[in-house]
Ligand binder design. Structure first.
Ligand SMILES: Cc1cc2nc3c(=O)[nH]c(=O)nc-3n(C[C@H](O)[C@H](O)[C@H](O)COP(=O)(O)O)c2cc1C
Length: 380
């Protein structure tokens, strides 16, 4: 049985609404999905010790991350193809984020171009890869600059894409020429189909200019094959030289890498195993967080993602050294289930849980939470 915490009703609805092809794409992980399962299990090892006789009549969730003020210690992780989940698409999610003054990562594989998502006024960050053809990367940087995006996220954990067995079973990557079985599967979801048809979502708007192929999957294949597996520290220095704004590196799982990223003058890291979609088996992001936080000793802000489904998960990660957290699949489920309003409702639910847990732990704000750190935790 799935364990989606505060997002269970959204995930149940999403699985009903989406064709299996897309539900499995959203839910699945690499190989045996052991990393994905571990991302959830690891939170169950931690408890938060209740405290009493403290004035918790006012709880403040605002924080400072990557040099900017956020109203909540969380943001929406970059999710490829999110525009295929609901007609509101990435711009719908961005509106929900904007209303709550939190950030959102725009995936390279965003159905809506970054310019359209940024035009919502949301605090967007452009997620990029270093491509074999560096002129594509430079063009994406220039586009980000031109549409007012000041933060980029470089994802480094995708040197290759491993087999995702659910996608392989469904033939996900052959959607540009759907089989009869796939077509029949899509037809069973007329509401979803109508939404997609209405929005003409037959291309990946963010990257279509870099490929001559037509169709979402053919375009995805072309651009995925551009992701440079020879990426090295020199390329990080190259990127730093070409981007004067905030540079965040995503997919960091080792303290030595985190340290070297700080030395390379990046502005922050995202501790992440890509939601269990890349290395399998890997430790959970939470498993490696304390050692990374120790090694960085406050030099960089640290965001963590992977398996965060409850307010208590957020508070645990913050107590173990994260500055903020991000959520991936949960906003995908919420978007599928209810568009912009769904994402808003999911964020509000999570924020209320964070408030509840902080109040019962006697922690009123982020400063108090960070100074208390591990002392508020109990390891089962
Ligand atoms: C459907 C899906 C698509 C994703 N696409 C991207 C992507 O394009 N770029 C990226 O850096 N990470 C991508 N990720 C990883 C997320 O940004 C994030 O690290 C992960 O979802 C966090 O785990 P969670 O889903 O358990 O919250 C994707 C994840 C999912 C589930």
């Amino acid at each position: 049985m799935s364990d989606d915490g505060a997002f269970s009703s959204f995930s149940t609805t999403a699985r009903r609404r989406l064709p299996a092809l897309f539900a499995d794409y959203l839910d699945g992980g690499a190989h045996g999905e052991r990393t994905m399962a571990r991302n959830r299990k690891t939170f169950k090892r931690w408890g938060i010790v209740p405290r009493g006789l403290r004035d918790v009549s006012s709880i403040n969730l605002s924080t400072q991350c990557f040099g900017k003020p956020w109203d909540l210690p969380l943001f929406l992780a970059p999710l490829g193809f999110a525009g295929m989940l609901h007609a509101d698409g990435e711009t719908g999610a961005a509106r929900a984020a904007l209303a709550r003054n939190i950030g959102m990562g725009i995936s390279t594989f965003s159905i809506a171009p970054m310019e359209t998502v940024a035009a919502t006024g949301a605090r967007t960050m452009a997620q990029i890869y270093v491509m074999r053809d560096r002129s594509i990367t430079l063009d994406m940087l220039e586009r980000a600059r031109s549409c007012g995006i000041s933060d980029i996220i470089l994802t480094i954990d995708t040197a290759i894409t491993p087999v995702r067995e659910r996608d392989a079973r469904n033939g996900f990557r052959h959607l540009s020429r759907p089989t009869i079985r796939q077509l029949a599967g899509l037809m069973k979801h007329p509401r979803w189909l109508a939404g997609m048809h209405h929005r003409h979502m037959h291309k990946i708007g963010n990257i279509e200019r870099y490929t001559a192929s037509r169709g979402v999957m053919a375009q995805a294949r072309d651009i995925a094959s551009q992701i440079d597996p020879s990426l090295s520290w020199d390329d990080l220095a190259w990127l730093r030289a070409h981007w004067k704004g905030t540079l965040v590196v995503k997919g960091v799982m080792h303290p030595d890498d985190a340290y070297q990223i700080a030395e390379a003058c990046a502005d922050g890291i995202i501790v992440s195993n890509h939601g269990g979609r890349q290395m399998d088996p890997a430790p959970s992001a939470l498993d490696v967080l304390p050692a990374i936080a120790d090694r960085l000793a406050g030099r960089l802000d640290i965001v963590i993602d992977g398996g965060i489904r409850r307010g208590s998960d957020v508070v645990t990660a913050l107590l173990l050294g994260a500055t903020a957290v991000s959520i991936g699949r949960p906003w995908g489920w919420a978007l599928t289930a209810g568009g912009t309003d769904g994402v808003g409702a999911a964020l509000d639910t999570l924020a209320q849980e964070i408030r509840d847990v902080m109040a019962l732990a006697g922690l009123c704000d982020m400063k108090e939470l960070h100074t208390t750190g591990k002392r508020a935790l109990w390891q089962f």
